[in-house]
Design a protein. Structure first.
Length: 280
């Protein structure tokens, strides 16, 4: 395998350890998060728990792999320009950890039990480990490049659904109300009437994990960041699904407008979004 052990510690073991430690700690803070900050608008929140979770993960990773690079959401200024720049700065790193310390902060703040910790490791720009942990359900989703993806230690497979008509599909309502939200609303207008039903549960990474597990047949959203997608993308690919963007390009770390599915409905999803001009 691709040198995935340094000093006796496997990358995947460290990723799992970080995700479960952070997830357990986050859960103890549910309902009593100390302070709430608004990042861009009342739609974009951050708490001390997001920052604490990122600190915990970063410290653990740096203890094991001090020469690796690290990109975490809470270390980056809000907004697409800052996050593009932050990714460009580290994208060429040999080993890059990409971390969303809580994906689904709004849910966490409201006590709606659908959020996760998302941790990915990229090697020369390619994701080789992806871990998503849902502390509320104690569900750990793990993927290693070329070795499959697992939940509860059981190999995952994407759904076999062949049509949009029979598919349960998810999307998100982005915090960016200027650009991303209007586009996604057009997409929703186009896709909702064509699918069995639509879910908007508030965590992109967990939605991606659910596509990998076959619980959803597809997911799309406009305006996401590398830390929302990196771990989930590998989970889906290693479960036999397809991840790309709204224009049909394959997944890479810079993808923001994601379309992910079991592969079979991928073109139908992309075509529906294109028809609604919800992909610019
Ligand atoms: C958000 C969640 C949400 C999605 C937003 C993301 P955060 O991440 O994934 O489902 O709709 O676009 O920003 O801020 O909770 O980590
Ligand atoms: Ca956030
Ligand atoms: Ca996120
Ligand atoms: Ca987050």
């Amino acid at each position: 395998n691709n040198g995935s052990v340094i000093g006796g510690k496997s990358f995947t073991a460290v990723a799992i350890n970080c995700a479960s430690k952070a997830g357990e700690w986050i859960q103890t803070k549910l309902g009593n998060h100390a302070s709430l900050d608004i990042k861009y608008s009342s739609h974009d929140l951050v708490t001390e728990v997001d920052k604490g979770s990122e600190r915990l993960i970063r410290n653990l990773i740096m203890t094991h792999f001090p020469h690796h690079s690290f990109l975490g959401e809470e270390g980056v200024k809000p907004g697409p320009e800052a996050s593009t720049k932050a990714l460009e700065d580290v994208r060429e790193a040999e080993y890059l950890w990409i971390v969303d310390p809580i994906d689904g902060t709004t849910n966490f703040v409201h006590g709606f039990p659908f959020f996760c910790v998302s941790i990915a490791l990229a090697h020369n720009g390619e994701v080789i480990v992806g871990v998503v942990y849902d502390p509320m359900k104690d569900e750990l989703f793990v993927a290693e490049k070329g070795k499959g993806a697992y939940v509860h230690g059981k190999r995952m497979q994407v759904s076999k659904e062949e049509t949009l008509r029979g598919s349960l599909v998810a999307t998100g309502l982005p915090a960016d109300h200027q650009y991303a939200l209007p586009l996604n609303l057009r997409g929703i207008g186009a896709i909702a009437p064509q699918v069995r039903n639509l879910r908007i549960a508030g965590s992109a990474a967990l939605h991606m994990a659910y596509v990998a597990a076959g619980r959803l047949s597809g997911f799309w959203e406009i305006g996401l960041n590398s830390w929302d997608l990196a771990a989930g993308a590998l989970l889906i690919q290693e479960s036999g699904g397809v991840v790309g963007d709204t224009l049909g390009n394959p997944y890479h770390l810079g993808v923001r407008n994601v379309v992910a599915s079991n592969g079979i409905i991928q073109q139908e999803l992309i075509a529906a979004l294109a028809h609604a001009e919800a992909n610019q």
